[in-house]
Design a protein around this ligand. Structure first.
Ligand code: AMP
Ligand code: MG
Length: 338
């Protein structure tokens, strides 16, 4: 099965609207006056995970399962840490956050929702979910995204992203707002966006990337975390196409939505090379939804060697080196022969 019925898109949108209720409830409680502050647990790969990540994944799975039954899911999080008695207080907080979206959920249901086996995209078409992408941004009160996509035949075929703190038409979109947006795309059907609070899917506006012509400046979209990519190398690559204009630095896959809207015109991830260490590969859940939304808005995507992005080899883009997305004329200049 490659294409999914439109019903699945509506379910996916409902799932992310509900998940953002959970993540925003946690954020507002943690950052508001009298809150205890947002805190993170460190996973075995040294990356942070919060109450919101777990609650968001549980809520998304709850919606998908309620509407569609058992679903193959390649999700970022799992139940392991929450089953550790040392994290009992975290589990309580996760359940409270999930209940902000669905009051019927309890600890047993949440653990069950999080205990799924990860789907293997080499074997089956599957959903992929990043329940809180840009966790470091989320903790800082910056941008973050919830990203859900359907992958089949090595490519994202449907993608939905909630960006609860993103506004498109502001001078500096890296600055968080209180009420964000939802973007979605189906392969061959274009990309659209609407407001996250009360936006109607039927009224969603098209996302179209403006054409880029040689001679124009190159406005970069880069990670806020310098460890997540070599920003200097990205600037050097961008200069192959033209003089660098603005550089927007913000967390999460929300960069794809800005790109699709024409705020910035080159999103690049250039892996930082640490001598003696293997190059880090990009995670499928970080990019599947955003790549499809950008492509459906008219962007070209590829890796830094010009190869198509291969979402069908596992949990990472193991066949690719880094990533670039932007208007085709610009991307071809950057990845074309030197
Ligand atoms: P961004 O905010 O664009 O940097 O994207 C956040 C994502 O970066 C996280 O979900 C991580 O999966 C990913 N990430 C974590 N460490 C690295 C790294 N060293 N290089 C590239 N990406 C990373
Ligand atoms: Mg992520």
């Amino acid at each position: 099965m490659s294409a999914l019925p439109i019903h699945h898109l509506l379910v996916a949108i409902e799932a992310l609207q509900a998940a953002s209720v959970a993540t925003e409830t946690v954020r507002r409680a943690g950052q508001g006056a009298g809150g205890e502050g947002l805190s993170a647990i460190t996973k075995s790969d040294a990356s942070p995970v919060t109450v919101a990540d777990f609650a968001s994944q549980a809520v998304v799975l709850h919606v998908l399962r309620s509407a569609l039954g058992e679903v193959p899911m390649l999700g970022e999080e799992s139940d392991g840490l929450l089953r550790d008695p040392a994290n009992a207080a975290v589990l309580d907080a996760v359940v409270a956050a999930a209940r902000a979206a669905f009051p019927e959920l309890d600890a047993r249901a949440v653990l069950d929702l999080l205990s799924i086996e990860r789907a293997d995209p080499t074997k089956e078409a599957c959903w992929t979910l990043d329940p809180v992408d840009g966790t470091k941004g989320y903790l800082r009160g910056g941008q973050y995204a919830i990203a859900l996509a359907w992958i089949s035949a090595g490519r994202p075929q449907m993608g939905v992203m909630a960006c609860p703190r993103l506004a498109l038409d502001v001078d500096d979109p890296s600055l968080p707002v209180e009420s964000g947006l939802l973007a979605f795309a189906v392969r061959g059907g274009g990309a659209r966006w609407t407001s996250l609070d009360g936006g109607e899917v039927d009224d969603a506006a098209p996302l179209r990337t403006p054409t880029w012509t040689p001679g124009e400046t190159v406005d970069l979209l880069l990670s806020a975390e310098s460890a997540h990519g070599d920003g200097d190398a990205a600037e050097d690559l961008g200069r192959r196409a033209g003089p660098i204009g603005r550089a927007f630095r913000l967390d999460s896959a929300s960069k794809y939505i800005l790109l699709a809207h024409g705020r910035g015109n080159a999103y690049m991830r250039v892996p930082r090379i640490t001598p003696g260490k293997p190059e880090r590969k990009e995670c499928v859940w970080d990019h599947a939804a955003g790549v499809l939304i950008a492509e459906e808005a008219g962007c070209m995507t590829a890796d830094l060697d010009g190869a198509p992005l291969d979402f069908g080899v596992g949990a990472t883009l193991a066949n690719n080196r880094g990533l670039i997305a932007g208007p085709p004329a610009l991307v071809r200049r950057i990845i074309g022969p030197g």
